[in-house]
Write a protein that binds this ligand. Structure first.
Ligand code: NAD
Length: 381
């Protein structure tokens, strides 16, 4: 079988997302399958160059996975004609600089979110990439998760009738780091290092809302730092200067109201780490990362408020499981495959730097709403 190669430079591959989701679960998984099947019957083989600051760490990862190409010199890597795509999963604060270098070097761009720390930079990156005639994409992994794919199927199939509201609950307890190590990197809790739950999660909520339900017209947010002191990777105490919880209301076109709580200071009494309940005139659904349950209008019980009596109904058992009806691959891998097809076969691709910029915009306006204590309309970019 014919094999075509595509050179991809990977930045931030020693990090949580870069290593596990993008290198191992996506690109190496595509290689394990013999490459990505293309329309002409050939297979696309990703040739990977790991780029980072620590030669020892890069070499260790490369050797662990039988890779031979790594570099601590991004400029030199981007100058290589055999590299067509630059991917970035570095800490957020380092992203803009690397993406600018890659665009200048004429490489297609694929990147983790948020694409930049502020809207002006995000829009500038999208303009530059367009102006240079480059393909670009941003990771919007939640859209490719089984639970949200099933939710999207329900919306497209008209299950809900008129959609009224969406309630999202995201979060879990992130340990402070003193008596048990924190399970997330400490930069996430320092504003100066690009941390904060709004900057991290509002870009996700933006694409979930926009792509499944419609344009986000306005945002009202209350943002806070519940846990003011944390302990870093070395066990040293530091001041948590970034927000660790955000309580947001998003107004969506058509009068739909979405209310999403995001918190790293909440304990989980849910089935999944994120869940969205959607209520419509004809039915409701609760979707998580993997599962989706529905209740149709015809099977909706009629609870009567009476605090003198114990609950007589088992409400959770009154919902029906939405079947998979298809095989769901890893969401990051699915999106990589679409992006690679976009680059080599010119397949359409919705999740570009402009979509990423709208996510950054919502985060920025959410923070402004919290600072000024008011509702803010979201202007078109
Ligand atoms: N799509 C998702 O669901 C998702 C989830 C978590 C994080 N993210 C995003 O992925 C990115 C990485 O997050 P993570 O949790 O993997 O972080 P991480 O701290 O585990 O990894 C960060 C990477 O950046 C590198 N890095 C750190 N400081 C650097 C510096 N000063 N200069 C150059 N490189 C530096 C590290 O070596 C590492 O490779 C963030 O932008 C984050 O917003 C996305």
């Amino acid at each position: 079988m014919d094999r075509r190669t595509i050179g991809i430079a990977l930045g931030g591959v020693t990090g949580r997302m870069g290593y596990r989701q993008h290198l191992v679960r996506s690109l190496l998984a595509i290689r394990e399958e013999g490459g990505l099947p293309l329309r002409d019957g050939s297979r696309l083989w990703p040739e990977l160059v790991l780029v980072g600051r620590s030669e020892a760490k890069l070499r260790e990862i490369a050797e662990r996975h039988g890779l031979t190409d790594w570099s601590t010199d991004l400029t030199a890597t981007l100058a290589r004609p055999d590299i067509q795509i630059y991917f970035d999963a570095q800490v957020t604060s380092q992203r803009e600089k690397a993406l600018r270098m890659a665009i200048d070097a004429g490489k297609h761009i694929y990147t983790e979110k948020p694409i930049a720390e502020d809207l002006a930079a995000a829009v500038d990156l999208a303009r530059l990439a367009d102006g240079a005639g480059l393909k670009h994409g941003v990771v919007q992994d939640k859209l490719f998760l089984p639970g949200l794919r099933k939710l999207d199927r329900l919306v497209k199939g008209g299950f809900f009738g008129r959609i009224l509201s969406i309630r999202g609950e995201f979060g879990y307890w992130v340990f402070e780091g003193d008596w048990q190590p924190a399970q997330r990197p400490s930069w996430n809790y320092r504003a100066a290092d690009g941390g904060g739950i709004v900057v991290d999660m509002f870009p996700h909520w933006h694409y979930v809302l926009e792509q499944i339900f419609g344009r986000v017209n306005a945002v009202t947010a209350h943002v806070t730092t519940h846990v003011p002191t944390r302990w870093d990777e070395n066990g040293d105490a530091y001041e948590a200067t970034a927000d660790d919880a955000a309580y947001g209301i998003f107004e969506i076109e058509g009068g739909v109201v979405a209310q999403i709580n995001s918190s790293w200071a909440v304990r989980v009494y849910r089935d999944e780490l994120v869940e969205f309940q959607v209520d419509g005139t004809e039915g409701s659904a609760v979707a998580g990362l993997r599962n989706c349950r529905i209740q149709h209008r015809a099977t909706t019980p009629k609870p009567v408020w009476n605090p003198d009596l114990p609950a007589t109904e088992d409400f959770r058992s009154q919902w029906q499981v939405v079947p998979d009806n298809e095989e769901f691959d890893n969401g990051f891998k699915s999106q990589w495959e679409l992006f690679l097809r976009h680059v080599v076969e010119d397949e359409p691709y919705t999740w570009d730097l402009w979509a990423g910029a709208r996510g950054v915009q919502l985060a920025e306006l959410g923070l402004q709403s919290a600072r000024e204590g008011r509702r803010i309309e979201v202007p078109a970019l």
